[in-house]
Design a protein around this ligand. Structure first.
Ligand code: NAI
Length: 464
């Protein structure tokens, strides 16, 4: 692949196709379009130099164009090796925004592309992250420059690759990581797994700048993680396998927001769904939503489809996969691929069926179908969540970036959530599109329940 100075994508000839899909996406993304209308003239992000590390899809292209419409300079990489939509990347490259993302890029390329997305001539000053790789890259590099041990990276497969990329940058530009870290005004983080990393850094006193936890805006995690997966999980399984879902037994590991959406997705397709959980509250929720709560050991030899949604490691292990029926389907929709012990299968016989679909022969002779090599299958095997739900997520992202850029100095290093008034604003911007008509409180009613008539309508501890 010939590296060009300002983008690395599959094929620029896909730009027209990408643009057409982007035009359609915009009609389903009222939140982003409203922000363009509200802030397009004032350009609150003029002077912002944003590094984006987030799945380079059509919906992300609409996010990028909202950030640039608000005045930002943007450079972009995908946060997963399989999640890029090459036509979306092409449309962005054609619009002169530097983008480094190819569906099916290697891990080495992943970290190299992330590094390239940081290379603004004047240096980046904001990070928009999904899963925390961009933040991790800068912080680990700065530690390495200070001669400190780098924080152990949970994804051990990637540790050597990350260290090699850091060493390469250190050799090319001594002091670059420290300078970049000191210039970053803040980060906005998209997903549960990245948010876990941020709180962990904060706890250890290693977070040098403010971070906005976008995931825990209600209009993000209670919509994207849930209703998004409800649509995109089955989409991924179908595009990968075309298997008849009705009547099959499917196991969903984890019943958090993603698990709830995933179980509903499979149930909607007619599968008989079982759930595993470690948290008694979520287990009880699953049972009362009508799902049998089991252990993986109980169902490893009988279920047809296994999906991890935990954000945890080693959930489906070799011992489970050894028990599975012939042609059982195994996939993950959590952020990282360590939920399934894919590494333990490397010495088995693999037959590639098509991109992101592999058949693996187990010692018993039974075969399993592994989706996206254990990486998030809704983006690897399909195209991720629909535009409408991503509009809610990304409207929060843009508000977070504006907050960090315009008021970053008011925040001490730490992890913050956007105020509820903004959360309610994001929801409000999406009502018309679904034909929802909101009722209003009378002054007496508002006083009776102790809120202002225009909101916020709930206390911070309300759980929705
Ligand atoms: P969550 O914290 O709401 O849910 C995870 C659940 O898994 C929890 O209820 C936890 O008790 C359970 N769990 C943990 N270890 C377990 C184990 N060993 N066995 C069974 N259950 C276990 O997190 P959320 O928001 O549902 O996110 C889950 C993952 O999905 C994260 O990695 C997140 O980043 C990712 N994500 C992926 C999306 C996608 O489109 N593919 C969209 C949004 C989030």
């Amino acid at each position: 692949r010939a590296a060009v100075t300002d983008y690395i994508i599959k094929d620029i000839a896909l730009a027209d196709y990408g643009r057409k899909e982007l035009d359609i996406a915009e009609t389903e993304m009222p939140g982003l379009m409203a922000l363009r209308a509200e802030y397009g003239e004032a350009k609150p992000l003029a002077g912002a130099r944003i590094v984006g590390s987030l799945h380079m899809t059509v919906q992300t292209a609409a996010l990028i164009e909202t950030l640039t419409a608000l005045g930002a300079d943007v450079r972009w990489a995908s946060c997963n090796i399989y999640s890029t939509q090459d036509h979306a990347a092409a449309a962005i490259a054609r619009s002169d925004v530097p983008v480094f993302a190819i569906k099916g890029q290697s891990l080495e390329e992943h970290w190299d592309y992330l590094d390239r997305s940081f290379q603004f001539p004047e240096g980046a000053n904001l990070i928009l992250d999904d899963g925390g790789d961009a933040t991790l890259y800068v912080l680990l590099g700065a530690r390495a420059e200070a001669g400190e041990d780098i924080i152990p990276v949970p994804e051990s497969d990637e540790e050597t690759v990350i260290k090699a990329q850091i060493a390469k940058r250190m050799a090319q530009s001594p002091g670059w990581f420290t300078k970049t870290r000191d210039q970053i005004l803040g980060v906005s983080e998209e997903t549960t797994t990245g948010v876990h990393r941020l709180y962990d850094l904060q706890k250890k006193g290693l977070l040098p700048f403010p971070a906005i936890n976008v995931n825990d805006s209600v209009t993000k995690s209670k919509f994207d993680n849930k209703y998004g997966c409800k649509e995109s999980l089955v989409d991924g399984i179908r595009r990968a396998t075309d298997v008849m879902m009705a009547g099959k037994v499917a196991v969903v590991c984890g019943y958090g927001d993603v698990g709830k959406g995933s179980a509903a997705s499979l149930q909607g397709a007619g599968a008989r769904v079982k759930v595993t959980e470690v948290d008694p509250i979520c287990a009880l929720q699953a049972a009362m939503d009508g799902f049998e709560v089991v252990t993986l050991e109980d169902v490893a030899d009988s279920a047809d489809i296994f999906i991890t949604t935990t954000g945890n490691r080693d959930v489906i292990r070799l011992e489970h996969m050894r028990e599975m029926k012939d042609m059982a389907i195994v996939g993950n929709i959590g952020h990282f691929d360590n939920e399934i012990q894919v590494a333990s299968l490397r010495n088995h016989k693999w037959t590639n069926i098509k991109d992101q679909v592999d058949m693996i022969e187990m010692p018993s002779g039974n075969r399993i179908i592994l989706l996206s090599q254990g990486r998030l299958l809704n983006l690897g095997n399909a195209t991720g969540h629909p535009s409408f739900v991503m509009s809610a997520s990304f409207t929060n992202q843009v508000l977070a970036q504006i907050e960090l850029f315009t008021k970053g100095d008011d925040y001490k290093p730490g992890v913050y959530i956007l105020p509820k008034a903004l959360d309610e604003k994001v929801a409000r911007l999406h009502l018309e599109k679904v034909g929802a008509k909101l009722s209003t409180l009378s002054t007496e009613q508002a006083a009776y329940i102790g809120v202002a008539p225009e909101g916020p309508f709930k206390s911070d501890h309300y759980r929705y």
